[in-house]
Design a protein around this ligand. Structure first.
Ligand code: HEM
Length: 534
């Protein structure tokens, strides 16, 4: 190399080094300034118990990881708002837990435009959007979204219309009943007193139901049939969480300390070196191929106009609405993630409580036998809360103690002030946690006791006090569907079978976005099943 070329190379490296140093210094100073501003605005907000700074907070969180939701209950005890302060050099980790219904209403409804989903800079969201794309669940709204929330609003309107259509609802009813019968048969195929993982049964029940209702695809996983879409979905979901949890600290430091373009490149390289991430990407590819196949099959179906599944209902109006294949695939995938695991978790907790409270189980069976004699139809009317109040109480009591979405964070995209005077700085994460609210002794005396009678006579709780399905304009779209599905499965199983917890289990909860039952290190709930008449 000539001396002149060498000199150019050295100068370029020096220039890049200086550019890199300026960048890193800028990030630290800008992060520090933003963090300082957040700290100042939050100075009068009480810190969660035992969490006076980010390091105590991290230490305490690590020590309590196995009981993470109960740790949050402890840090918020007696506080209507509680802050966790984050790092001095970034806005990361600054959060405010909100346990006051007026303030929850404020950020979920009254000032809805200021609070939305995290953006791609959020360490966890970076991966979730690789899974969910731009579908309804992930789409942002409000002042922080590039399109002001138009895309979300369009998806919300279109899917709400379909959810309200009569033909969609009759299909839903037929499918839940037939899949609940298949679940009952599967449970009956095990010998008495042999432990069976009922949670697996519920995950298969909700997936098989959704495949039929959303895609018109008949699958019977309980009978050993393979469900490629369902398997890929489970693999992607599981691997995504394991990977995100493991790499968040690395990504935070790489993002802060490495200059462009190495900050992005190193994160991507680090992702691809992880077997979990490669598993995740492979599963996402399978999901994509399967969704392509299902959309194409539906488009080519000569009976498309007679079909009642969600995909067909979208495709019947494809020309007027100009839907792209990607839009349809993301729409359905988002509905699967919203509706499948949540309902399977709810059912698992209902049956855990029924199995460990035999007197509740007996009373529920008596109500069902009295009000729904053999052959009586299972529909929205016959399962309404005024017809089967105890069933409704069992469901609400399980949702209170074990909300499938135990906590839900929103990002503040503008400064704000809560009705109680709490200052909310732009950039902070605001969290509502149904798990904390549901265990508040001021709301529910003896909160740890499973008592369905609390909900009889039923008076619907304010969604801001009981935000199990969220509240405000983005309240769960499948609320009625989920309640109906859980009731159909519960009635079908309790009518025919008796459940007891298998001995020797170490039962607690898992750590994904939806809270499932865990037995030691396994995701399972083992029950022993007997015929109900024995
Ligand atoms: C017990 C079962 C369920 C629970 C506890 C539940 C809970 C929730 C919660 C907390 C949210 C808000 C998530 C967020 O924005 O951060 C949500 C949103 C949503 N849920 Fe559910 N859900 C359940 C079942 C279902 C079912 C069966 C469906 C049907 C597909 C469904 C569809 C949706 C949709 C589409 C959204 C997004 C709404 C929007 O952003 O506009 N959910 N759900």
């Amino acid at each position: 190399m000539k001396a002149q070329q060498k000199q150019i190379l050295v100068n370029s490296l020096l220039a890049y080094g200086a550019f890199g140093l300026v960048q890193v210094a800028y990030r630290i100073v800008a992060g520090w300034t933003r963090s300082l501003r957040i700290r100042r605005m939050l100075k009068d907000t009480p810190a969660g118990h035992g969490n006076e700074g980010p390091m105590e907070w991290l230490k305490s969180m690590r020590a309590n990881f196995h009981r993470i939701h109960d740790w949050r209950v402890d840090i918020c005890k007696g506080l209507t708002v509680a802050k966790n302060t984050g790092f001095r050099w970034s806005t990361e980790g600054h959060s405010v837990y909100v346990n006051d219904p007026n303030c929850i209403r404020h950020f979920l409804k009254d000032e809805f435009q200021k609070y939305s989903k995290p953006d791609a800079t959020d360490p966890f969201w970076r991966y979730l959007i690789q899974f969910l794309g731009k579908g309804i669940f992930a789409a942002p709204h409000g002042v922080g979204s590039p399109d002001g929330g138009q895309s979300w609003s369009r998806m919300r309107k279109t899917s709400a219309q379909i959810f309200n259509r009569k033909n969609f609802n009759t299909l839903m009813q037929e499918v839940f009943v037939s899949k609940a019968e298949a679940l009952q048969k599967w449970l009956e195929s095990f010998p008495e007193n042999e432990p069976v993982d009922i949670q697996l049964g519920f995950f298969n029940f909700t997936m098989d139901s959704i495949m039929k209702i959303f895609f018109g695809e008949e699958v019977d996983t309980q009978a050993g049939q393979q469900n490629k879409y369902g398997q890929a979905f489970d693999v992607a979901h599981g691997a995504l969480f394991l990977h995100a949890r493991a790499v968040i600290p690395f990504n935070m430091f790489a993002g802060l300390l490495l200059p462009w373009p190495f900050n992005g490149m190193v994160k991507t390289l680090h992702d691809y070196l992880s077997p979990q991430y490669r598993t995740f990407r492979r599963a996402v590819r399978v999901l994509d191929e399967e969704a392509d196949r299902l959309v194409k099959k539906c488009r080519d179906d000569p009976r498309l106009l007679q079909r009642r599944d969600l995909l067909a209902l979208f495709l019947q109006t494809e020309k007027e609405n100009n839907y792209s294949t990607t839009f349809l695939k993301e729409m359905v995938l988002n509905l699967v993630i919203a509706g499948r695991d949540t309902t399977a978790c709810a059912l698992s907790w209902i049956f855990l409580e029924l199995a460990r409270n035999p007197e509740v189980q007996d009373r529920l069976r008596a109500e069902i036998k009295e009000k729904l004699p053999p052959g009586a139809a299972l529909d929205m009317q016959s399962l309404a809360h005024n017809k089967l109040p105890y069933l409704h109480g069992v469901l609400y009591e399980a949702l209170r103690l074990w909300p499938p979405v135990p906590m839900d964070p929103k990002k503040a995209y503008a400064d704000d002030i809560f009705p109680d005077g709490t200052k909310i700085p732009k950039g902070v994460t605001v969290v509502f946690a149904p798990y904390i609210l549901g265990r508040d002794p001021a709301r529910y005396p003896e909160p740890l006791t499973f008592r369905p009678e609390r909900w009889i006579p039923f008076s619907a709780p304010s969604p801001y006090d009981f935000p199990v399905f969220q509240a405000g304009p983005r309240i769960c779209l499948g609320l009625d569907m989920a309640i109906f599905e859980a009731k159909v499965a519960t009635v079908q199983l309790i009518r025919h079978l008796r459940f007891a917890l298998a001995p020797g289990q170490d039962l607690s909860y898992g750590h994904k976005a939806t809270m499932n039952v865990r037995n030691g290190t396994k995701d399972e709930l083992l029950v022993c099943v007997k015929c109900a008449s024995l």
